[in-house]
Ligand binder design. Sequence first.
Ligand SMILES: CC(C)(COP(=O)(O)OP(=O)(O)OC[C@H]1O[C@@H](n2cnc3c(N)ncnc32)[C@H](O)[C@@H]1OP(=O)(O)O)[C@@H](O)C(=O)NCCC(=O)NCCS
Length: 174
Amino acid sequence: MNLREKEVSDSISVSSELIMPNDTNPLGNLMGGNLMRWMDIIGGICAGKHCEANVVTASVDHVTFSSPIFLGDVITLEAKVTRAFNTSVEVYVEVNACGTDGFNHRKTNHAYLTFVALHKETMKPKQVPKLKPISEQELAMYESAPRRRELRLILAGRMEAKNATLIKDYFKRL
Ligand SMILES: CC(C)(COP(=O)(O)OP(=O)(O)OC[C@H]1O[C@@H](n2cnc3c(N)ncnc32)[C@H](O)[C@@H]1OP(=O)(O)O)[C@@H](O)C(=O)NCCC(=O)NCCS
């Protein structure tokens, strides 16, 4: 098993979609569920590359739809690993949209997704390579990841709030 430390750039994944009639609701806006599907796919590709394994989606943190995406827009999804834990990785997916002419460029969505690497034979969680953040932005996301992890594990009923030391410390500092 190759558990060498990996950099964010080793697994950055990007894809683009042209929004077609079948992707939209009756108002001509991209359906939220379609967007979430593409976010899940690009996130999974990125996590799989980092983990060098098959991965499954364990959770998707809240996705907001602040800016509509229209029929005929082009969206670009970019996924990067922000932190590797023991058997899971947190992946940040950002979506940007523009017209087919490249104008009206805007960030429309982002979300943090968690993927778990599985052994091919047993389908049990397996250890993942560590992540080595390089840039300031990578470092900031890396350092805040354990706090986000605590929150999502509490919301998933996998951690008791009383044990969430990082979140407690964070709010104490405000
Ligand atoms: C995700 C899954 C593999 C976890 O299996 P498990 O037996 O509960 O394994 P563990 O308790 O050992 O947890 C494994 C990792 O998953 C993480 N995890 C589990 N549930 C999680 C959640 N809701 N959010 C974030 N991470 C989660 C744990 O924190 C752990 O990470 P770590 O090892 O890096 O600390 C299992 O719940 C599963 O197979 N879920 C279905 C996945 C799937 O089908 N996804 C597609 C949805 S349609």
